[in-house]
Design a protein around this ligand. Structure first.
Ligand code: SF4
Length: 376
């Protein structure tokens, strides 16, 4: 979609659907174990295949209500609606950027809110999903980490982000890629994430290729090794942000006991085990980790590794003291890495006009009096 400078934050197409904070006690269908659904159906004299039909409606049929599940008996649809919710989350806010990026603020069953983002580029339809409410990793530049970790997301809550994002696409389009780079540390909620990705990659689920899924981590060595041993085709991105221990412990303070070498060794193990090149993410903060000496140190750290570096120029976040680096500093940083023979890319900023950076929309929404006081 062409960039339109006339469109600003104030006249974006956006919907505000902030609703009252009452909690619905019915469980979401994707949260209910299959055996329980089967028992529930049996008690009503219904065939087990109804369970598959219901899942198919949610995962590929784009149903958001039981009423829409037209091949289920009417009586059954009514009973389902009385006992369950088709989806446990709903869209509290939907922003659309002038570059075609959609950002959703989803309200969960307990009134927590999370973010997910749909990015549209050429023939790619990528959704960026969250794995936790808040985050405990404390990266100093990140809006998601400011309030700390609230709780892990369930498998169903992770899947529902994909469903909501997919439902925004025209009927003939489907999601092609997933990046697990939203709110939270994915490897700190690995079991729920793996279950959700199993459904996302299944032909009976969302049919997204495992090679098109990237899991990002600040670096939990034991979990990286576990992920490697599963020998899935998922891509691993390690958020490095600094070329030495001292600086990294200032930028990602909660991981200062882990040590860079343990993280790099685990990433090497991931490559050796899966054959999948590891991406290293590096958020560039002006005058903190963006100097030529940092680039040279980073080049030395990664030289000889099968690595790709993703540079992410920081964009100002209200309330945080960090600033975007200058264009000259970025050019110099890239040149030093490329000069050392490393593969480097600078991430383009998407959805800049809709607070698309991790955690910014949630943070802004939580500060609003219009949002239910129950939402925290
Ligand atoms: S950048 Fe990621 S890991 Fe770090 S605090 Fe934010 S959400 Fe957590």
């Amino acid at each position: 979609m062409a960039f339109s400078p006339q469109i600003t934050y104030n006249n974006l197409m956006h919907t505000l659907q902030l609703r009252s904070g009452s909690i619905d006690a019915r469980r979401a269908l994707l949260e209910v174990p299959n055996e329980e659904i089967l028992a529930w159906l049996e008690a009503r004299g219904q065939a087990p295949l109804r369970a598959r039909q219901m899942r198919r409606w949610l995962l590929s049929g784009r149903a958001t209500s039981f009423e829409q599940m037209s091949d289920l008996p009417k009586q059954l649809r009514e009973e389902l609606a009385a006992s369950f919710r088709p989806l446990g989350s709903d869209i509290a806010r939907h922003l659309i950027s002038c570059d075609g990026t959609h950002k959703l603020l989803l309200r969960l069953h307990d009134n927590q809110v999370i973010e997910c983002v749909l990015l549209q580029e050429a023939d790619r339809r990528t959704v960026c999903i969250s794995t936790q409410v808040g985050c405990g990793m404390g990266c100093v530049f990140c809006a998601s980490g400011i309030g700390g970790l609230v709780r892990n997301l369930t498998t169903g809550e992770i899947l529902e982000q994909l469903i909501h994002a997919r439902n925004l696409l025209p009927a003939e389009e489907r999601l092609t890629h997933i990046v697990v780079m939203g709110m939270g540390e994915p490897l700190a909620n690995l079991d729920a994430l793996l279950e959700a990705l199993a459904v996302a990659t299944s032909p009976q689920g969302l049919g997204i290729g495992a090679r098109h899924i990237t899991i990002s981590t600040v670096g939990l060595p034991a979990k990286i090794r576990r992920l490697a041993d599963l020998k899935k085709q998922y891509h691993l991105a390690v958020s490095l942000h600094a070329p030495n221990e001292e600086l990294r412990s200032r930028i990602v303070p909660t991981t200062d006991k882990t040590g860079l070498s343990a993280i790099l060794e685990a990433a090497d193990y991931f490559y050796a085990t899966t054959g999948r090149q590891v991406t290293y993410e590096y958020v560039l903060l002006r005058d903190i980790n963006d100097q030529p000496a940092h680039a040279a140190e980073l080049a030395k750290l990664l030289r000889g590794r099968q690595a790709h570096i993703n540079l992410i120029p920081f964009n100002d976040v209200e309330g945080l003291p960090y600033r975007r680096l200058t264009q000259q500093a970025l050019t110099d940083f890239v040149a030093i890495l490329r000069g050392a023979g490393l593969s480097v890319k600078v991430r383009k900023r998407k959805g800049a006009d809709i607070d698309a950076a991790c955690g910014q929309l949630r943070r802004a929404a939580l500060a609003e009096p219009t949002l239910s006081p129950g939402v925290r």
